[in-house]
Design a binder for this molecule. Sequence first.
Ligand code: ADP
Ligand code: MG
Length: 239
Amino acid sequence: LESAVRQADRLSSLGALAAGLAHEIKNPLGGIKGAAQLLEMEFPDNEDLREYVRVMLKEVHRVNLIVEELLGLASPGRLKLGKVNLHRVLSDIVLLQKNACEGKELYLQQYFDPSIPPILGDESLLTQLFLNLIKNAMEAVGTGGVVKVTSRVLADYAMTQKGERRARMVAIDISDNGPGIPPDVLKDMFTPFFTTKSQGTGLGLAICQKIVSEHRGMIRVDSDPARGTVFTVMLPLIQ
Ligand code: ADP
Ligand code: MG
């Protein structure tokens, strides 16, 4: 118990440190952003300068994103629990992402089991979880790629590894027909900052894993260069 208390202490001071650091980074970033925008307004006809400003703003946005994500990862899990309609969460994300990829030839499909009841969870964290996985799938496929979001019920799935408790769970599959994940990436992809993308933060899957474990769920991945990748999130249903 003592070590658990000490660990909780350490985690919450880490969270406080991250929050403080985030604040200290975001303030000067706001200053840089404001100055860049003023520069652009001051020299509206200078094409080169506008291009430099565009790059500055893009990079400021990126640092902001990393700080936000890191904050989410370091802060102690405090779930705002409520009844969550998973299908609504998922179809909202699918709709938004369909609009975001307008013009790019890519198919986003959803197949839901209508018998699945609401689950107990934190809606905003669950949205973040599925958005990360769907974005990864969309980034993995090329032109004509297909990303499918499927829900199904897993009856009597053993909830703990020892199988002491059994519960009904819901499984959400996010599948893509991209190139699959090579073994060396598979090994490290949940590690914070691990990325194979030039513009990636490498924090997406680390955050996903944290959110899933806070919901007492599990995340599995099945990948094959011939078929693509399936990420499966399993979450307990209210008994
Ligand atoms: P990021 O997306 O910023 O790179 P993530 O933590 O979300 O960070 O993902 C880590 C890495 O896992 C990615 O860079 C990519 O190499 C790999 N990955 C994740 N999802 C997929 C997928 N659906 N198909 C292929 N590779 C994937
Ligand atoms: Mg990602």
